[in-house]
Design a protein around this ligand. Structure first.
Ligand SMILES: Cc1cc2nc3c(=O)[nH]c(=O)nc-3n(C[C@H](O)[C@H](O)[C@H](O)COP(=O)(O)O)c2cc1C
Length: 149
């Protein structure tokens, strides 16, 4: 059983639906907690854990309001995240030049802070009209069995 924190970046709720779907798949085997407004002070960086970041992109490549303060905390405080593994599931619209930019930025930021990438970022293009939860589920099923403890 792994300790998993799902960190949500959303404006309109789509990423929250994706997070809820991932939780429903994982919670029978793991300890899963969702954070709708992640706060560095609420996360125990000393305990080995997996962070799954589900975030959309808004503005012109910006983080959604629910996760922007958390990214600011990471950027300012530069914590050592060597106990953290992470995986990013990004929602965006490919008609924007800044397609999934927030997801790409937090993927890079977590790696710079010594967190270990569990799997490659999943880029979900909502302009395709498919359910984001379906893409997220396929992505998760491809790597979740490598979680051992
Ligand atoms: C005002 C606005 C700005 C957006 N800007 C971007 C963008 O820069 N890059 C991108 O990939 N998607 C962009 N999107 C698309 C959203 O990321 C997409 O609709 C996503 O599904 C929203 O998820 P959420 O409901 O979790 O916020 C934008 C959407 C809106 C409404």
């Amino acid at each position: 059983m792994s300790n998993i924190s799902i960190l949500i970046g959303t404006m309109l709720g789509a990423s929250e639906y994706v997070a809820d779907h991932l939780t429903s798949i994982l919670e029978s085997e793991h300890q899963v907690t969702n954070y709708l407004t992640p706060d560095l002070n609420e996360l125990d960086l000393n305990q080995p854990q997996l962070w799954i970041v589900c975030t959309s992109t808004h503005g012109a490549g910006d983080f959604p309001d629910s996760i922007a303060p958390f990214v600011e905390q990471l950027t300012q405080q530069k914590p050592d995240l060597s106990n953290i593994k992470f995986a990013v599931c990004a929602l965006g619209d490919s008609s924007y030049d800044t397609f999934c930019q927030a997801g790409k930025d937090i993927d890079n930021l977590l790696s710079e802070l010594n967190a270990q990438r569990e799997t490659n970022i999943n880029l979900i293009d909502v302009s395709l009209g498919e359910l984001p939860e379906d893409s997220a589920e396929q992505w998760l099923l491809a790597w979740k069995d490598q979680l051992i403890d």
